[in-house]
Design a protein around this ligand. Sequence first.
Ligand SMILES: [Zn+2]
Length: 302
Amino acid sequence: MAETIRAADILARTARLANEYSFVGLQTIGYSVLGRALFTLSMGRGEKQVYINAAHHGNEWITSLLVLRYLEAYARATQTGDAISGTPASDLFYNTTLFLTPLVDPDGMDIANAQASPDVMAAARQLAQTQPNVPFPEGWKANATGTDLNLNYPAGWDTAREIKAAQGVTGPGPRDYVGSAPLSAPESRAVYDFTRAKDFRLILAYHTQGEVIYWRYGERDPIAAARIGRALAEASGYALEDTPYASAFAGYKDWFIQAFDRPGYTVEAGRGQNPLPLSQLDDMYEKNAPLITTALLSAIEL
Ligand SMILES: [Zn+2]
């Protein structure tokens, strides 16, 4: 395995950011199946709240590094009075508050990278046998008990379950299992509870891959969502598309749009086979720093 980065490294880096910058906040919004803290950073003094989360899918952990790199650059620019992606950081800082959960599925990340404990790896390997066509461990997207966290939200969950059952997935496995009920996984429950406790004007959920932005849930079309989606696409060079039907239900952005009728986007960063190599991170950052800055600017108008 080429990549030996572990969830603990990302969590440590997350905590370090809050230590290094007095104006960066850190909270724990819940715990994973294996008891890891779901760290969430916050930054800004503005009224308009924006939420970004990354790596609902374990083997998409490169997006954790992507969003942390952005927050670090934004914090540095705030401290020095500089711009980020051409926008004065203070414009963002005093008009928005950014919340960031960089790693929603820390346990799944370690499984995908073969960095979990031998017991956890053995249990995951057994679950993975239900889907022999999914490479193990690198194809592991689920949490430690085999629930696909981005199919566990209460927005068309029954439809997602039917679609995945028709594809042959009816129980825990490396991907595509919707869970025993909506929000049955502690990780998605934590993100859900946190979202309900806040007043997010706009959310970005980072995934890999395909360099595409998904913006709608069914026919729902929140005010300004199309316009902002086009701006995000222009900033990044990514395509703006409707979610393919087979993955158009029970995701975080689906639920957010359904529950709040506000703009929510799944951003699929990068290209290739998961986990994407770290060599893609620089290019991914070049495309997504302007996207995130645009999202924050757009939220000011909402
Ligand atoms: Zn994903």
